[in-house]
Design a protein around this ligand. Structure first.
Ligand code: GDP
Ligand code: MG
Length: 317
């Protein structure tokens, strides 16, 4: 529709001029999904690809939001224009958090970081579709770096974080936390580990556990490069400089060689895959809506017949 088109064009124009409200509205369109989300994706695709994307994941309560807020604030007061996409139902932005935690995010925001929270899975395609689209919006309008915070439980959340350029896995100093992270499949995706809550007992144990597990995973040849381990006390901002240094060192390493293009083409392919899954499942839903039971036909044979017919047709918009 013409009016929708012109709204989109003016939003993109204003966002390019630095209008944050327009960026926010574009993010909402992507989050909602559907045709408008597609249009935003088309409009922002060629503008994006410049920003460094950092994924921060780990168990609930590990301190990801606290660490993210510290990092974002620090970057915003220096020469950066960071954005945060918090995919976390318990995010300080979506309520439920104690006051001190919320204040920390607000400070980051006041310092100039663009902070956006996604409390739900959004539309039918969920996080796998919305997150890359929202990252693209930030990227297109000059936000750099872009920090995605996700809870490291659940395949989609882990996938979303692992699609970043630099993947940070946060564990706490509690006994067995590193082992849990390993079980959740977080060890394989980490470019960098943070042992947070270093003010509590057991921090050096957690570090040792991680070192051991990294040694083992290298023996089996899973890791590409040995991930660094940084100790932090996020509530005090302690270890933040080391954390930042480790992130930027990883970034440099990526951009020096071919790693960045390998990662990004992997990410591109994964996104095509999730969009393909979504499109196909939409068509499948439509095609069984008015299906009458055929007595005597097995479900498998009917599914094959429908699939064969669909593949011949130009069903997709
Ligand atoms: N003692 C201590 N508490 C922390 C530290 N980092 C975060 N916390 C607290 O741990 C709780 C969970 O932190 P949060 O950042 O929301 O964790 P998330 O669920 O991983 O995002 C909050 O109450 C924080 O104030 C730390 O380094 N030391
Ligand atoms: Mg959080």
């Amino acid at each position: 529709m013409a009016s929708e088109d012109s709204t989109l064009i003016s939003l993109v124009e204003k966002a390019s001029e630095g209008d944050r409200r327009s960026v926010g509205r574009l993010l909402t369109l992507v989050e909602r999904g559907g045709d408008s989300a597609e249009q935003v994706a088309e409009a922002t695709h060629t503008l994006s690809g410049k920003s460094h994307v950092i994924g921060i994941t780990g168990a609930p309560g590990a301190g990801k939001s606290t660490l993210t807020a510290c990092l974002a604030r620090d970057l915003a007061v220096s020469e950066y224009k960071p954005a945060v996409l918090a995919v976390d139902p318990s995010s300080p932005l979506t309520g439920g958090a104690i006051l001190g935690d919320r204040v920390r995010m607000e400070e980051a925001s006041e310092a100039g970081a663009f902070i956006r929270s996604m409390a739900t899975r959004g539309h039918a395609g969920g996080l796998a579709l919305a997150v890359p689209g929202m990252v693209r919006v930030f990227d297109a309008f000059g936000f750099n770096p872009i920090i995605i915070e996700t809870v490291g439980v659940g395949q989609v959340e882990v996938d979303v974080a692992s699609a970043a350029d630099t993947v940070v896995v946060v564990v706490t100093s509690g006994w067995g936390d590193a082992v849990q992270a390993n079980k959740a499949g977080l060890l394989e995706i980490a470019d960098l580990f943070v042992v947070n809550k270093a003010d509590r007992p057991g921090a050096s144990d957690a570090r040792r556990d991680l070192e051991l597990m990294i040694d083992l995973s290298q023996l089996t040849g899973q890791a590409v490069r040995r991930p660094e381990i940084v100790m932090t006390t996020a509530t005090e901002g302690e270890g933040l400089d080391e954390f930042k240094k480790a992130i930027f060192e990883h970034k440099e390493l990526l951009f020096e060689g071919e790693q960045i293009s390998i990662r990004r083409s992997k990410r591109w392919k994964a996104e095509v895959r999730s969009r393909l899954d979504y499109l196909l499942s939409e068509v499948a839903t439509e095609s069984i809506e008015n299906l009458e039971e055929e007595k005597g036909s097995s479900p498998g044979s009917v599914a094959r017949k429908i699939a064969k017919n669909l593949l011949k047709k130009d069903e997709l918009r």
